[in-house]
Ligand binder design. Structure first.
Ligand code: 0O2
Length: 221
């Protein structure tokens, strides 16, 4: 009966989406733990902001249709890797790789794909580190590895990406050439700012280190 079929589909879809919700919650907790400990050890928090989002069933279906795949739960799982997304914003580029290292050390997480748009900036100027991670989620019938797309970027990269995203949608993906050029220039300015902030940050850390050493020596005299 079609109504019963629909009910069954709704039931399966809800459970399917739950897995991604749990995987995101798991990743968020891990990040929180890492950050609290990091702050305790180094008196500094490398993360400015984290934001998680679940793709809506509607945009999952749209993406499946755009890519020409037949719509079924296993097919969605196989082909849409960003149902669960976690975006981490940091102050400095070095923080990005530090967070990646910390995640890599968690042996029960798997990094299945890495796209480094910082070392290999996209032609439009986009920069970010994307990690496709598989997170273990324990449900009543056992363990499942669930995919989470983690995007790690600096504040400047994030500022650029959100503006570009708005422009892209405003022009329905057909952005005028002049605007594309200006966006590219803005991306280069964002990169230059990131590099400058990194240098300043390093200088300040070096000064702090020297001061700490001097204080240590003095306390022994
Ligand atoms: P939204 O609205 O953020 O969810 P695919 O995901 O299969 O289409 P691919 O190449 O496998 O594409 O994924 P990739 O390159 O890892 O990028 C996926 C996500 O990264 C995008 O998700 C964006 O969030 C972000 N991204 C990638 N390139 C750009 C870019 O040029 N500009 C901006 N602003 N964001 C970008 P969605 O689903 O496209 O969008």
């Amino acid at each position: 009966h079609p109504m019963a079929q629909l009910k069954q589909f709704k039931y399966e879809l809800t459970r399917f989406m739950m897995m991604y919700k749990f995987a995101l919650a798991e990743m968020e907790t891990r990040i929180e733990i890492l950050m609290e400990e990091f702050e305790f050890l180094h008196e500094y928090n490398p993360i400015e902001n984290t934001k998680s989002r679940l793709k809506s069933p509607e945009s999952i279906i749209n993406k499946m249709m755009r890519k020409g795949y037949e719509i079924s739960m296993p097919n969605i799982r196989e082909n849409i890797k960003d149902i669960a997304g976690l975006r981490i914003t940091c102050s400095f580029i070095t923080d990005i790789y530090q967070i990646k290292d910390m995640l890599e050390k968690q042996t029960d997480l798997r990094i299945v794909e890495e796209k480094d748009y910082i070392k290999h900036q996209k032609a439009n100027g986009y920069q970010s580190l994307h990690l496709l991670m598989e997170v273990p989620v324990f449900m009543s019938d056992g363990r499942e590895y669930v995919c989470v797309e983690v995007q790690i970027r600096t504040i400047a990269m994030d500022f650029w990406a959100s503006l570009e995203h708005k422009i892209y949608y405003k022009y329905n993906a057909e952005v005028p050439d002049q605007l594309l050029r200006e966006l590219r220039e803005a991306a280069d300015s964002a990169s230059a700012l990131d590099r400058q902030m990194e240098r300043l940050h390093k200088e300040i850390s070096d000064i702090k280190e020297v001061q700490a050493e001097a204080a240590e020596v003095q306390s022994h005299e």
